[in-house]
Ligand binder design. Structure first.
Ligand SMILES: *Cc1c(COP(=O)(O)O)cnc(C)c1O
Length: 427
């Protein structure tokens, strides 16, 4: 019996899908204790956009540690934090004409969400927050209340209050614009839906199955918020930090959220770090009201600042992401067309795309077969029916193509089809 079976709680999840012991990792590749290599199409559920142990970031971090740089600093001012804030200002906010204050929360995504909800309720003096069907925002009680997934909600053990879920873009089919529904119920004081403090949205629903909000829909959502005096929060924890081809996922829609939550890949190195961007006029916190011991992960500041400098000083990295996203989308469409009988299809946006299968059972066959061929890849969606390619953004075209060959082979097998291009079957 392994130590994991003896001691680790039953709550473990990803470990069940990939039952080996990982030891090392570099770029897009993981290595287990037997020296076997695995291509990583999961990337820490989107926390490793720049891959594992990126050499530029690693060197900066090692130098910092060796020089006795501050590791833990509560929320005190440190040189590393100043460098991170300066990089956020010069590489992210200023070039995009964005004016936000930055709140450091406890280092998990769900803590940033809790802070944003708390602040929105304070600003508007209202209790309710509107969220969307299939949304995922974290598993602490406040964030869980605005998360759709019943498996997660069911674990709360208490009622999840002060939240109302409404249909996301496309939820009612192609013809229905769900912002019209929102506008209608919010303008009707007998609708039964109380005026909320905020509406929180993911532009691409990461855990909810790669549902994509149309840019036009996002603009209409923003208008609904303005019209009814509601704050707009974009949860960019998974879709942000370059994942969809721009630093923030909402940039192409041209909207200006009142708050933005960021975490997952913000540290750029898999280190815990989370922030809320707040329009200055809404930064009405009193000192220490929302605190946390680990709001000053200085190692994360070092790697985050280095990544902003290295990857976001010009448009090269972003255009490279878009190029790979294009390639990924075309390959996924081809796979769906070849083996799907019209029953499976490509979903998502940027390097946040996947294939939607008929059922979670089929999708799970696909990911299991992938892992048998050394590809780490997971599912998402209400029935775990979407196989999700969450590749590190720095992945080479060759590795991306290699992983997709494996995915194609696994899809053919799960759909009981002959492989059209039997390249990966030889692996
Ligand atoms: C992962 C995620 C969260 C929660 O982050 P944790 O660090 O797991 O608490 C919140 N929102 C979105 C969109 C996420 O993908």
């Amino acid at each position: 019996m392994t130590v994991f079976d003896r001691l680790e709680s039953e709550v473990q999840s990803y470990a069940r899908s990939f039952p080996v012991i990982f030891e090392k990792a570099e770029g897009a590749w993981l290595t287990d204790t037997d020296g076997k290599r695995y291509l990583d199409f999961l990337a820490g559920a989107g926390s490793l956009n720049y891959g594992h142990n990126h050499p530029v970031l690693q060197e900066k971090l090692i130098d910092y540690i060796k020089s006795n740089g501050i590791t833990h600093g509560l929320d005190m001012h440190t040189k590393a934090k100043a460098a991170f804030l300066n990089a956020m200002e010069s590489k992210v906010l200023k070039p995009r004409n964005m004016d936000y204050k930055i709140q450091f929360t406890g280092p998990t995504g769900t803590n940033a969400v809790e802070a944003a909800l708390k602040l929105a309720r304070r600003v508007k003096g209202r209790e309710t927050v509107i969220s969307f069907t299939n949304g995922f925002h974290g598993v602490t009680l406040g964030a869980l209340a605005i998360t759709g997934n019943e498996h997660h909600r069911g674990a709360a053990g208490v009622s999840l209050d002060n939240a109302v879920a409404v249909p996301f873009d496309g939820y009612m089919g192609d013809g229905a614009d769900t912002t019209e529904y929102l506008d209608r119920v919010l303008g009707d004081n007998s609708s039964g839906i109380a005026l909320p403090a905020a509406i929180i949205v993911e532009t691409v629903q990461g855990e909810g199955g790669l549902n994509v909000a149309d840019f036009d829909w996002l603009r209409k959502l923003e208008q609904v918020c303005r019209k009814h005096d509601i704050l707009l929060i974009v949860d960019d924890i998974q879709a942000g930090c370059g994942r969809t081809g721009t630093f923030f996922s909402f940039e192409p829609a041209g909207i200006k959220p009142d708050m933005v939550t960021l975490s997952k890949s913000l540290s750029a190195y898999g280190l815990p770090l989370a922030v809320v961007l707040i329009k200055p006029e809404y930064d009405v916190w009193h000192p220490g009201e929302h605190n946390g011991t680990f709001r000053g992960n200085n190692h994360a500041f070092v790697t985050a600042a280095a990544a902003l400098d290295h990857f976001w000083s010009d448009d090269k990295f972003a255009s490279d992401i878009r190029d790979k996203a294009d390639f990924l989308g075309k390959r996924l469409e081809q796979i769906a067309e070849r083996y799907g009988d019209g029953k499976i299809y490509r979903k998502g946006r940027g390097l946040m795309q996947g294939i939607c299968f008929e059922s979670g059972e089929v999708a799970s066959k696909v990911t299991k077969e992938c892992f048998a061929h050394n590809l780490v890849i997971e599912t998402s969606g209400p029935e775990d029916e979407v196989v999700k390619c969450l590749v590190p953004l720095i992945i080479s075209k060759e590795d991306l193509a290699h992983g997709l060959d494996i995915l194609e082979m696994a899809t053919a097998k799960a759909m009981d089809k002959e492989i059209v291009a039997p390249k990966a079957a030889a692996e």
